[in-house]
Design a protein around this ligand. Structure first.
Ligand code: AMP
Length: 188
């Protein structure tokens, strides 16, 4: 499987975040899967990639030209795709990935999460999306989902598009047993 990891281009101040990024990278390598990510060498992103490579795994980076100097591109990856813009990057990552894993990050990560979630809701992809809610970092997203459902902007069933996980073992269990199901979207 190609597992796409979305997380911060910075490390954040909670050391558990980077530790988990490394554990995810290692787990992907151990499983013989491929880690797909944004191609940066720093922050949480770099930590996940480095851990995967150090454990003998394969890592594919996808980065738009406009970012290759802002976010220093990792030069030790198995494969590196340069895209013309952010849109092409996201589309490429979505197209080549079989599952998505979200770890803490900034606005870019949140955008990637919502983009992946809304694409799943529309059936553009039907792959699992696992979130590591480390120290409750993503609790506000959970609250927002509850609010969206209670206000009837999304069917209750669609909550199941997101898998909430705490460990890499759970991540794999949940990803492997995921069954794509969406509720009927109503208009009006
Ligand atoms: P961040 O979580 O903000 O550190 O960003 C994580 C990754 O998302 C980085 O590779 C950013 O370049 C990328 N990113 C930033 N803004 C966006 C956006 N609007 N859409 C998609 N990705 C973004």
């Amino acid at each position: 499987m190609n597992i796409c990891v979305y997380c911060g281009s910075n490390s954040g101040k909670n050391p558990k975040f980077k530790q988990m990024a490394r554990q995810v990278g290692r787990a992907i390598a151990k499983k013989g899967d491929v880690l797909v990510y944004g191609g940066s060498m720093g922050g949480m992103m770099g930590a996940a990639a480095d851990a995967c490579l150090e454990a003998g795994g394969e890592v594919v980076g996808v980065m738009p030209s406009l970012l290759t100097d802002k976010e220093i591109a990792h030069n030790g990856l198995t494969k590196f795709y340069e895209t013309k813009d952010m849109e092409e990057r996201k589309n490429k990552m979505m197209r080549i990935s079989d599952a998505f894993v979200i770890l803490p990050g900034g606005f870019g990560t949140l955008e990637e999460l919502y983009d992946t979630l809304s694409a799943s809701q529309l059936g553009i992809h039907k792959s699992p999306i696992a979130i590591f809610n480390i120290d409750g970092f993503f609790d506000p997203i959970l609250d927002m989902m509850d609010r969206v459902v209670s206000e009837t902007f999304a069917p209750d069933l669609d909550r199941g598009l997101i898998l909430w996980v705490d460990s890499t073992e759970e991540m794999y269990q949940e990803i492997e047993s995921f069954v794509y199901q969406v509720g009927k979207k109503y208009v009006g």
